[in-house]
Write a protein that binds this ligand. Structure first.
Ligand SMILES: [Zn+2]
Length: 234
């Protein structure tokens, strides 16, 4: 497994509906490049470790607008944090437990190692395959989200969401599966965000689950906390 150490990122700025030229390089050591990283289309890596990312933010994206895209800037502080590159997929049997996941539509493949352990624990308890849509980029940045900063949060697809933009009924196997996965995540994650839609009403009543607004009508979001790590002393 590949581990890297980075300067801890902090939220610095969000500038909705601004042109690509809104942020520029400031010195020859800054690197600006066009990218195809999910919703991120352009990135500036500043020599001091700060990252500026530009692209499609669902809430502010309007094709009729002169500037449909948005900017987010991730500053740095003096701490260092560790990230690991999550394997592209996993399918492993441990006794009766199967841990299987796949990625979908995301290049945000880096996560805090504790969060990755929490994710594997959740999948093991659930004992079914999940699809993740990722955590953070290798710099700890995570456009369009700010919640995934330093790889401290991760998203998963709902099984009870259908392809027509609606949901399978509460009596469905898909809903029961989502409930089972959510209950597994509640054991390992500090906070789980679900949608504001009435489909999620029962989920929102559970402890450790909050209303994540319309953004989370399309996916589970799990926030990890380092307080969830128990040091085992031998
Ligand atoms: Zn998220």
């Amino acid at each position: 497994m590949e581990y890297i150490r980075i300067k801890e990122k902090v939220r610095k700025a969000f500038n909705p509906n601004q042109p690509k030229t809104f942020y520029k390089t400031k010195s020859p050591s800054d690197i600006a490049s066009d990218v195809n990283d999910g919703d991120t289309k352009y990135r500036i890596i500043y020599a001091n470790g700060e990252i500026a990312e530009w692209g499609k933010h669902d809430r502010y994206y309007n094709v009729k607008s002169k500037n449909p895209n948005s900017w987010r800037v991730f500053g740095v502080n003096n701490n260092e944090v560790e990230l690991l590159r999550m394997p592209d997929s996993l399918n492993k049997q441990y006794g009766n437990l199967n841990i299987e996941y796949n990625f979908h539509n995301s290049k945000r493949r880096y996560a805090n190692p504790g969060l990755f352990a929490a994710m594997l624990g959740s999948i093991a308890v659930y004992n079914k395959t999940v699809t993740t849509t990722g955590s953070a980029f290798q710099w700890g940045s995570c456009f369009p989200s700010a919640l995934h900063i330093n790889g401290m949060a991760i998203d998963f697809e709902y099984k009870s969401k259908n392809n027509q933009g609606g949901y399978y009924p509460h009596s469905s196997k898909q809903y029961q599966n989502d409930l089972a996965f959510l209950n597994a995540m509640r054991l390992f994650f500090d906070k789980n965000r679900v949608g504001e839609h009435s489909h999620f009403k029962g989920f929102r009543q559970l402890s450790g689950v909050v209303d994540g607004g319309s953004l989370h009508n399309s996916h589970f979001h799990a926030d990890f906390s380092l307080t969830k790590i128990e040091e085992i002393k031998e």
